[in-house]
Design a binder for this molecule. Structure first.
Ligand code: G4P
Length: 523
């Protein structure tokens, strides 16, 4: 029973550069899962959601989705968990962390634009973890790049081998459909938002194909397929599972075209929950005892209750409601009476969840990103690194009467992983590091609205913050002495070097050969 439950789970994220079609694809997948009945539901939900959750006016103003939500649905015998990721690049770190909780990803690429900056960055995170990826080339109903050029671009830019499993016949106004190489079926394009197109079984070597798409296109398709078979090796599921080979699908999410092929292949080949590495040992999903970790904390989903939800990925065994579990960092037993699961924006209380599932735990400041829950074992899951921030500012108290509120607010926002806090060892000032400008605005807004505290930012020009360590204590001390103005501590008390330029960092690396400079907090 346990093994069956776990084997039928598929937990993944859709990642894309903003506007490539992530929302449209998510919506169509939910349509197949019967979670929503009409196209447009996800979008309209998005609007409704922002209207009710006014804590994030910023979200409304900028039309971005700040929070990562989870959607689950059943498809045939499979239980599918989609982890949504914020599209805005200033929230990239949120997305990085979400990627630590998935077993595979689908990358959406705009057929006309090809690989864009955000896609490239997110793929780097997938590569770090050997996450299996499937690529969906979207918007084929618009004029797209040549598919062979696109495949070359995908290989080069995403540094992964690719293998097309469907093949487009033209694009834009001439778009005729896709040929499913896998099933050897022709899928003719009709613009539509709901209907699943009829698939025609066609032997491409017969005139049948000519009758459907005309002789010139039929001949072109035959020669292109021949070329594909010649150039690209057979699709090998093992290579895909190792994160070395990405199957590629073509279609149009808006028109619900090519999406079912993608979904059918996805459930068949995508991995069920994978083993998870903890500092102490590897945890297998089929182990009978429950373990899980918090990868995301979202504040105030319900504006009437100023509470947080901690998203916990179940790594092994079965989670049961109202059962005592160990919060490892606090060494404290906790019970959860109202854990939630999410179905296309609806929340329901769950009684049990299996490895691969994501559960929402009500949180009033007890959780921090990376916290582990177990049935008693001391475990620390790896793979939730903080990345070296790219923007820095001093944070100052703008209302001296509210110092306590400010400190509490900063602490909790850092626990949520909104940004990183460093204390400059030279002047004792607090530095906030983020990956984007927007986070400073979010922090200021939330400090005012949730903690009744006011902050002021002071500019600070830094290039990078890197964690340092060394086996040579004397050299480490010498370094810290020399760079005393640029030394800081992170929240865990680790040494951080604040380099104000790339040149300074390079020189430091050359002068201090026995010091290791790390650009993520996990080393
Ligand atoms: P995102 O979540 O990745 O940011 O992308 P989203 O799905 O919101 O899509 C971005 C825009 O691209 C939307 O248009 C959407 O309708 C359009 N789009 C998505 N898939 C396709 C496709 O297959 N073909 C075509 N032609 N367009 C597609 P918009 O104008 O920004 O929004 P809307 O007014 O359509 O809602």
């Amino acid at each position: 029973m346990a093994n069956q439950e776990i084997a039928r789970r598929r937990t993944f994220a859709i990642i894309a550069h903003p506007d490539a079609g992530k929302t449209s694809l998510t919506e169509k997948l939910l349509l197949f899962g019967g979670q929503i009945q009409v196209a447009g539901a996800v979008k309209s939900n998005k609007i409704k959601k922002t209207a009710t959750s006014d804590w994030m006016d910023i979200e409304k103003q900028r039309g971005i989705s700040v929070t990562t939500s989870v959607m689950e649905f059943d498809y045939h015998d499979y239980k599918i968990n989609i982890l949504d990721t914020p599209g805005h690049q200033d929230f990239a770190e949120d997305t990085y962390r979400t990627l630590t909780a998935v077993d595979s990803v689908i990358i959406v690429v705009d057929g006309a634009k090809g690989v864009e900056s955000q896609t490239r960055k997110l793929m780097e995170v997938c590569r770090m973890r050997n996450t299996p990826v499937i690529i969906f080339v979207n918007k084929m109903d618009r004029e797209a790049k040549d598919p062979f050029d696109l495949l070359d671009e995908l290989e080069e830019e995403l540094v992964i081998n690719v293998r097309p499993l469907t093949w487009p016949i033209e694009s834009g106004p001439r778009f005729k459909g896709v040929y499913n190489i896998y099933e050897q079926k022709l899928n003719l394009f009709q613009p539509s938002k709901q209907v699943v197109t009829e698939k025609v079984e066609v032997d491409i070597h017969t005139e049948d194909l000519d009758n459907h798409i005309g002789t010139p296109l039929a001949e072109k398709l035959r020669s292109e397929l021949e070329l594909i078979e010649g150039v690209y090796p057979e699709f090998n599921v093992d290579d895909y599972l190792k994160g070395e080979l990405a199957p590629v699908f073509f279609g149009s999410a808006l028109n619900n075209f090519g999406v079912q092929e993608l979904l059918d292949c996805f459930v068949e080949i995508a991995p069920s929950p994978r083993p998870v590495q903890a500092e102490e040992r590897i945890v297998m999903p089929e182990e009978p005892k429950f373990t899980g970790f918090v990868f995301k904390i979202t504040a105030n989903i319900d504006p009437n209750h100023r509470s947080c939800v901690a998203f916990c990925k179940v790594c092994s065994g079965k989670f049961t409601r109202n059962t005592p579990y160990l919060h490892v960092r606090h060494n404290k037993t906790m019970r959860f009476s109202s854990p939630t699961q999410f179905m296309a924006q609806r929340k329901t209380t769950v009684d049990e969840a299996w490895a691969g599932d994501i559960i929402g735990l009500p949180d009033n400041g007890t959780f921090k990103i990376g916290d582990t829950l177990t049935e008693g074992e001391i475990l620390h899951f790896k793979g939730l690194p903080s990345f070296s921030p790219e923007m820095f500012k001093y944070i100052e108290n703008a209302d001296p009467m509210k110092t306590k509120q400010l400190n509490k607010g900063i602490d909790q926002l850092m626990d949520e992983g909104v940004a990183q806090l460093f204390i400059n060892q030279f002047n004792g000032r607090k530095i906030i590091g983020t990956v984007g400008q927007l986070q400073f605005e979010v922090i200021q807004y939330r400090l005012e609205n949730e903690y009744n505290a006011k902050c002021r930012w002071e500019p600070l020009s830094l290039y990078k913050a890197c964690w340092i360590e060394s086996d040579d204590p004397a050299e480490l001390e010498a370094f810290k002495k020399r760079k005393y103005q640029y030394m800081a501590k992170d929240r865990d008390g680790r040494d951080v070097f604040l380099a104000d330029s790339g040149y300074v960092l390079q020189m430091a690396q050359m002068d201090f050969k026995h010091i290791k400079f790390h650009f993520t907090s996990e080393f």
